[in-house]
Design a binder for this molecule. Structure first.
Ligand SMILES: Nc1ncnc2c1ncn2[C@@H]1O[C@H](COP(=O)(O)OP(=O)(O)O)[C@@H](O)[C@H]1O
Ligand SMILES: [Mg+2]
Length: 244
């Protein structure tokens, strides 16, 4: 069912799960023609939700390859986002199914199948969170973030808005990682602190101290804190202090 299409596009890949999907998203032009609801439109990209025969899809269009020098050099944001989705899949980290993707000139497009019955953690945090939901999310998310970091990869935008979950907290997905990348070992410690600090931005208002500690211990895969952990927790708490 998969295929590559190249015309005005530099590269276009379709991983349609059905002939309808392959046909609907056969080219960037075909994607742009689809009517849908604009979910977000700011910065470098626009996100639209479309419905095709009862199934929803998200189409993200990047207007530019990146900011500054990245407009001309290196991997585009669109490419980084789809490569990272493929990486997450290969590491067993739940993320939406990739349907079609590609880039042409300065633009890039990524189509994912909408995950049914999910909401982002930021939205959940507007209401009271049950301890069962929190514990379930903590158990899964701590494992996924550990897997990424153990593989030398940092997400770089690990906001609660970029984590989706089902209402029972038993399925958790990480999305939206165009800034995520593998980082040289020497830079890893600081980037890890940044990812964890990003998660803690909302956690410090929405979770109890015990729940935050539980997340950290699960992430570290141990039962109690070591002295180097306490130093890392300090760095996490200070990371955004002067920037908020
Ligand atoms: N495949 C998907 N399934 C379900 N919801 C999605 C999917 N992709 C995006 N969303 C929803 O759209 C929001 C924005 O998507 P995201 O990829 O983070 O784009 P951006 O932050 O650049 O606007 C997410 O927080 C989520 O609520
Ligand atoms: Mg996002």
């Amino acid at each position: 069912m998969g295929g590559t299409h190249v015309d005005c596009a530099l590269s276009w890949f379709v991983h349609g799960a059905s002939p309808i999907e392959s046909e609907t998203f056969a080219s960037p032009k075909a994607c742009h023609r689809l009517d849908g609801i604009v979910v977000s439109d700011y910065g470098l990209n626009e996100l639209r939700k479309v419905e095709i025969r009862g199934q929803s899809y998200f189409i993200k269009k990047y207007h530019r390859r990146g900011r500054g020098l990245r407009r001309y050099l290196g991997r585009s944001r669109a490419r980084a986002e789809w490569e990272n989705i493929l990486l997450f899949q290969s590491l067993g980290i739940p993320t939406p199914r990739l349907v079609a993707y590609g880039e042409y000139g300065q633009s890039g497009v990524i189509v994912t199948a909408a995950l049914p019955d999910v909401c982002d953690l930021q939205a959940y945090s507007q209401h009271e969170l049950s301890s069962r939901f929190v514990e379930s999310v903590i158990d899964r998310l701590s494992r996924y973030v550990r897997t990424l970091h153990h593989n030398g990869f940092v997400h770089n935008d690990l906001k609660w808005r970029n984590i989706l979950a089902k209402p029972d907290g038993e399925q958790v997905y990480i999305i939206d990682s165009p800034l995520g990348r593998h980082v040289p070992r020497v830079l890893m410690a600081r980037r890890i602190v940044k990812d964890l600090a990003c998660l803690d931005k909302v956690a410090k208002y929405s979770l109890t101290r015990t729940q935050r500690l539980r997340f950290y211990l699960r992430y570290k895969d141990r039962d109690r804190l070591r002295s180097e952990d306490k130093q890392e927790i300090m760095r996490i708490q200070l990371f955004f202090k002067d920037r908020e």
